[in-house]
Design a binder for this molecule. Structure first.
Ligand code: ADP
Length: 337
């Protein structure tokens, strides 16, 4: 019995040890579980944070996508507008091309017509000189041979014929000169200050006798047809003195203003002025507003000025208050020499 008790106790001890071992193993397993659990919780917390960030990023992306959609729509709209505008421009361009072609055609026709007119004026004036010279020569011979035999009336008639012949000769020379203007084709770089100073020196006699005051502002250096522009200033200054008001000292001002790619010159006076109804016509050849008795001249000066300015591809016009002043303006583009 005693033995059986010992054996039972041993078994119990063994059993107990087994249980303790088992319990220790369970404790260990538990700890591991706790650690694993903590790891998982940590991971879960990290995942939650990562998730939140993803949600935020997603929201950002959606916002951005929405903005892109709007921007895209706007671009599409702008593109359509641009296409519309481009289509309109293409049409406008085509119209301009047609208009340009028309203008070029018209300009070419005008050049031909102009050349024909110049040739016509040249030939007529040249050919008219010949018979006129014959008339003049015979008048001279007639005067030499028969003057003594003539009475007062006959002498008066002779005088009138001589005057008319001289005037016609002068008109023909002017016409010939006018038709030759475009033949001067060499542009040179000219200091307009010097050119105008020379013109004023040439006109010294009428400037002094009329008591005119000529004021010249700073003028540019330009590529021009020198002799022709000299003639323009000479004509305009002479006219400014010639068409002065009685009893008034002529005051003439010459100035130049730079504009885009051209210069605008002006010659102003305090003379009799011109009625606006004549503004266009005074630039026509042989057009005069006064008789030779009132103011001498042949009505070709301003026609010459217009032709010369047009040869420089510029424009000429007048501004005036009748009885007070006249201002002649003309433009000269910056021409390449
Ligand atoms: P002309 O001086 O030989 O008459 P122009 O062709 O130079 O010819 O001028 C034409 C006309 O224009 C002149 O007859 C005159 O009536 C008018 N005119 C020109 N310049 C002036 C001026 N500065 N003031 C008033 N009238 C002028």
């Amino acid at each position: 019995m005693k033995n059986s008790l010992i054996i039972a106790k041993r078994e119990l001890d063994l059993h107990n040890k087994e249980k303790e071992k088992r319990a220790a193993e369970l404790v260990m397993a538990n700890k591991e579980h706790i650690i694993q659990n903590e790891e998982k919780e940590k991971q879960a917390a990290e995942l939650i944070i990562a998730n939140k960030e993803l949600v935020i990023q997603n929201e950002e992306k959606e916002k951005r996508a929405a903005e892109l959609i709007i921007a895209n729509k706007e671009l599409a709209f702008q593109n359509k507008e641009k296409e519309k505008r481009a289509a309109e421009l293409v049409i406008a361009n085509k119209e301009l091309v047609i208009q340009n072609e028309e203008k070029e055609k018209r300009a070419a026709e005008l050049i031909i017509a102009n050349k024909e007119l110049e040739q016509f004026a040249y030939i007529t004036s040249h050919d008219l000189q010949e018979p006129l010279r014959t008339v003049s020569n015979y008048m001279q011979v007639f005067e030499e041979d028969y003057l003594a035999l003539l009475d007062d009336n006959a002498r008066k008639y002779l005088h009138s014929v001589n005057n008319a012949t001289k005037r016609m000769s002068m008109l023909i020379r002017s016409l010939l000169n006018f038709s030759r203007l475009s033949l001067n084709t060499k542009l040179s770089r000219i200091d307009c200050n010097q050119l105008v100073a020379e013109v004023i020196a040439d006109l010294e006699t009428i400037i002094t006798t009329s008591g005119a005051i000529v004021e010249v502002e700073e003028l540019p250096v330009l590529n021009i047809y020198e002799t022709d522009i000299r003639q323009v200033f000479q004509n305009l200054i002479t006219n400014a003195i010639k068409f002065r008001k009685k009893g008034t000292r002529p005051e003439i001002k010459i100035a130049a203003t730079p504009l885009q790619e051209k210069w605008r010159f002006s010659v102003s006076d305090n003379g009799i002025g011109i009625d606006p109804v004549h503004f266009e016509r005074i630039f026509d050849i042989f057009r005069r507003l006064h008789t030779s008795e009132e103011y001498e001249g042949n009505g070709i000066g301003l026609a010459n000025c217009k032709k010369i300015v047009q040869l420089h591809h510029g424009e000429i016009w007048i501004e005036s208050v009748p009885g007070e002043e006249s201002i002649f303006h003309f433009t000269i583009p910056n021409l390449a020499a």
